[in-house]
Design a protein around this ligand. Structure first.
Ligand code: GRF
Length: 216
């Protein structure tokens, strides 16, 4: 089982989807700890209900580097093989990323490199594009700029607002993220020091999800 630490700031629906996929045997990983920056985050409550270790390190703008270090220490304690940002709303600095080089993933609600940063579904609607989606990518020092691992697309429908579009995107996130974590656990996706590499050929590529990471 791949040891995963999840970082989350909010609702935690991606954390929940990951835990469900693990329970159902669709994702060969174990969430060994959940860490966050907001004590009131529902994601932390979800983890506590499941008996998963939680750590909260409230953000300290005035002591940025120290915050990164403290968060890294808390995460490292759980000895993760992979760190997954699932709705973690802070940029991580070098004191954190250098500790887990090439092993930190994020899920983002747009087809990157389009619409990085905050409010991606709103950015998508404002741009008038007809396809939206989500991306699982490696985290580097930039804003949603690391190597893309997998994406899924959904249509933008007439009458969509930010909430309806985000909900449609999130349904795809909830399949894509556990799929990528499972691919890493099984060695189908290798996170090498020279960058990510798909080892196994993606199974029967789907029309909208690339590569096809299985059924939801
Ligand atoms: C997701 O849409 C994710 O792509 C973005 O933040 C949102 C988190 O949602 N990074 P949740 O907390 O997992 O429900």
């Amino acid at each position: 089982m791949l040891r995963v630490v999840v970082l989350a700031s909010g609702r935690g629906s991606n954390l929940e989807a990951l835990l469900r996929a693990i329970d159902a045997g669709r994702c060969h990983a174990a969430v060994v700890a959940v860490a966050g920056d907001k004590p009131e985050a529902h994601a932390l409550e979800l983890a506590r209900q499941r008996g998963i270790a939680t750590h909260c390190v409230p953000f300290r703008r005035a002591a940025r580097g120290a915050w990164d270090t403290e968060l890294a220490e808390a995460v490292a304690e759980a000895e993760p093989e992979l760190v997954v940002l699932a709705g973690f709303m802070r940029l991580l600095g070098p004191a954190f990323l250098d500790r887990f080089t090439g092993r930190v993933l994020n899920v983002h609600p747009s087809l990157l490199p389009a619409f990085p940063g905050l409010s991606a579904p709103a950015q998508t609607l404002a741009a008038g594009v007809r396809l939206a989606g989500c991306t699982v990518h490696l985290v580097d020092g930039g804003v949603d700029s690391g190597a893309i691992l997998a994406q899924a697309a959904v249509p933008v429908l007439p009458g969509d607002d930010e909430a309806t579009l985000h909900a449609r995107i999130q349904r795809e996130e909830h399949a894509l993220l556990p799929g990528v974590v499972d691919a890493i656990a099984r060695g189908a996706l290798s996170l090498t020091t020279t960058g990510p590499r798909w080892v196994a050929a993606p199974v029967a590529a789907g029309v909208l999800r690339s590569p096809d990471l299985g059924t939801r």
